[in-house]
Design a protein around this ligand. Structure first.
Ligand code: NDP
Ligand SMILES: O=C1O[C@H](COP(=O)(O)O)[C@@H](O)[C@H](O)[C@H]1O
Length: 502
């Protein structure tokens, strides 16, 4: 067994939802398969949709068959299923907590150390925690009690403050794990290693050589069955307030004094604090919103966002958001950071794309500046995890003709697998390691940045651009660039890293 943790109980609220089905349960299964879950660890899942354990388990088995690496292994699934219990109920009803308390208290093998996981919409967190405390489930006499809060932490700056106030009535800060699964991704943590484990890039990593930076997340999926949760959220809250701003901090921060939680939090917070506020009267110059219309993703015809289940027919919730930010500090003055995310886009790709400035003199070109002569560093996060450096080289034959070529570096060897983000983070919770979880200050600072945009987008308006499903989003997002030479990067393309796709 490798890195096995102590036995504990995971209680998952929202275990019938998209997050649990698509990410949390596969992560727990993978940990079990790898012998990283203690044999005594138990999982109590809750939801409304299924009446009993059998119904929940049968859906979970079908889900896992489609999601786990290397296909479902019956032996592992049997062991996994033996750990799991399910409780149906409405978590807005007080009775639910009495039943939960009874289920955990009769100690049907549930270890006392317990992590409560909120795989729920943001508006439910405070109520659940208050109720857990009411039935004494947060008391720590017998073992630790930790609460995992999914992003977004609140709905805006004000509600985040209210949520924090409510949590602190029931929990010590050390019990709160504000999760952002992007920080659990190995390719995201590799940004820190790439930056601070090599001397090569540091002299170039600033305003002198960098033209602009793009932080991109595109996915072809729509919102599936999570209409109710997503329609109350939107792309800005769902992806930018958390994941993309966290990626930005990794790209932009100064070297921390160590990789310990406080040191990382401090450097990330400095970056967030240096971001120039977006002026409320000029939102359109800095932010573009869109919503997917019907279209074609690959070979499939797909419906418009407004026709998805549990979405308001006149919804103005954005499924695409793009933002231009400036970091007003010594290193980054004058370098725009462009963030873009969208659902029902052409293809899946998350990456950081760093565009370097044009050479000061064009020896190998006609006198006018050519847009395609920039060097790019592309840091693939998923599914293509390659590191790619695009540069200008001489084209064979013609005198001084040039062309672009790429140096590709694999993130992993072909026979290595990369753990899911949630695998590591779930173990960190059990170990009590909060270094990859967010501080409250970071969360509020991130809300501070996007709050003016949220306010402007809370109303319907002509600035909500419909884009066909299967495209790269609305063309209006192009207007965020400062120069005609700048344009969005979409994918890493065929990266010659020799990596097999997981
Ligand atoms: N989906 C993803 O990939 C990711 C999501 N997140 C975050 O995770 C959270 C959950 O998202 P997601 O799973 O997508 O949302 P879903 O809408 O898919 O799931 C919501 C879950 O909450 C349950 N629920 C809602 N109301 C009640 C209630 N009154 N009583 C009992 N259960 C209830 C639902 O149960 P039922 O369906 O049985 O009614 C369902 O299990 C969000 O905050 C999101 O931002 C974070 C990272 C990734
Ligand atoms: O937090 C979320 O993330 C997923 C995308 O996660 P990834 O690891 O697959 O990139 C997104 O689909 C979801 O809407 C959002 O809530």
């Amino acid at each position: 067994m490798n890195n096995m943790t102590e036995p504990c109980t995971f209680v998952i609220f929202g275990a019938t939802g998209d997050l649990a089905r698509g990410k949390l349960l596969p992560a727990l299964y993978h940990l079990d398969a790898a012998g990283r879950l203690h044999p005594g660890t138990r999982i109590l899942t809750t939801g409304r949709r299924h009446p009993d354990r059998d119904a929940w388990l049968s859906e979970t088995r079908a889900d896992l068959s489609g999601t786990v690496r290397g296909g479902l292994q019956q032996e592992v699934f049997t062991r996994f299923a033996d750990r799991v219990d399910y409780m149906q109920g409405d978590l807005r009803q007080a009775d639910f907590y009495k039943q939960l308390q009874a289920r955990l208290a009769d100690r049907q093998g549930f270890p006392a150390d317990t992590a409560f996981y909120m795989a729920l919409g943001a508006s439910d967190y405070a109520g659940v925690i208050e109720n857990l405390d009411r039935v004494a489930l947060l008391e720590e006499q017998l073992g630790w009690r930790r609460v995992v809060i999914e992003k977004p932490f609140g709905n805006d700056l004000q509600s985040a403050a209210i949520l924090q106030q409510k949590l602190s009535n029931h929990l010590r800060e050390e019990q709160i794990y504000r999760i952002d699964h992007y920080l659990g991704k190995e390719t995201v943590r590799n940004i820190l290693v790439f930056r601070f484990g090599n001397v090569l890039m540091e002299p170039l990593w600033n305003r002198d050589t960098i033209d602009h930076i793009q932080i991109i997340h595109a996915e072809p999926q729509g919102i599936g069955k999570r209409g109710a949760t997503y329609d109350a959220s939107g792309a800005l809250r769902d992806m930018i307030q958390s994941h993309l701003l966290q990626l930005l901090t990794f790209v932009a921060m100064e070297s921390p004094v160590s990789m310990a939680a406080e040191a990382l939090h401090a450097e990330k917070l400095k970056v967030l604090k240096s971001i120039r506020p977006i002026p409320a009267d000029r939102i359109g110059d800095y932010a573009v919103r869109g919503q997917y219309d019907a279209g074609k993703v690959g070979p499939d015809d797909v419906i418009a966002y407004r026709d998805e289940g549990r979405v308001a027919a006149d919804s103005h919730t954005e499924t695409f958001a793009a933002l231009k930010l400036h970091i007003d500090n010594w290193r980054w003055a004058g370098v725009p950071f462009l963030l873009r995310t969208g659902k029902r886009m052409t293809a899946k790709q998350a990456m950081v794309a760093i565009c370097f400035k044009q050479p000061p003199q064009q020896f190998f070109r006609s006198s006018h500046i050519r847009c395609d002569a920039s060097n790019w560093l592309l840091i693939g996060i998923q599914p293509n995890e390659c590191l790619r450096l695009e540069m200008t080289v001489k084209a064979p034959g013609e005198a001084l003709a040039t062309r672009q070529t790429a140096l590709d570096a694999a993130f992993r060897k072909a026979d290595e697998t990369v753990n899911d983000a949630y695998e590591e983070l779930l173990l960190d919770i059990v170990r009590g390691d909060r270094s990859l979880f967010l501080s409250y200050e970071e969360v509020t600072q991130a809300w501070q940045i996007i709050d003016p945009v949220l306010k402007a987008w809370s109303k319907p308006g002509e600035d909500l651009h419909l884009y066909p499903a299967g495209s790269w989003g609305p063309r209006a997002a192009d207007r965020l660039f400062d120069s005609a030479c700048q344009s969005w990067r979409h994918t890493l393309g065929a990266c010659g890293c020799g990596m097999e796709k997981l």
